[in-house]
Design a protein. Structure first.
Length: 124
């Protein structure tokens, strides 16, 4: 997941006790969010930040106890679609950073949310 990319944030999915003993890694750069999963067969996905439509944060009682949370991401990406950044540390800070970067990238690309409302709809 490195390849000379400068990451703003990196973490891995944690187990129920908040320990990073899983094989899913997350990373955030200025313009992309990366998800890498697997041990024997590794799958790397990325989504351009301007394609993210919505973010929400959820925490169960056990997640609160261990200081972790899950960010639900709704995106217009064909490969990932809607997905979760599961069981990460400081999820509120990560969500705020991600939200800020999404808005910055949307402004740079001049993208608005209505452009992704539906692919089947004919917008004339």
């Amino acid at each position: 997941m490195e390849n000379g990319i400068e990451f703003i944030w990196k973490d891995r999915k944690r187990n129920a006790l908040g320990l990073p003993w899983t094989f899913t890694k997350y990373a955030l750069s200025e313009d992309r969010l990366f998800v890498e999963s697997g041990l024997l067969r590794t799958v790397e996905n990325e989504v351009r930040l301007y394609r993210i439509l919505d973010l929400s944060l959820s925490r169960t009682l056990s997640q609160k106890i261990f200081g972790i949370g899950t960010i639900k991401v709704s995106s217009a990406d064909k490969t990932l679609g809607d997905f979760e950044i599961k069981n990460i540390k400081t999820p509120d800070k990560v969500k705020e950073d991600l939200s800020r970067l999404v808005e910055e990238n949307r402004e740079k690309k001049r993208v608005s949310g209505r452009e992704y409302m539906g692919e089947e709809e004919d917008m004339e």
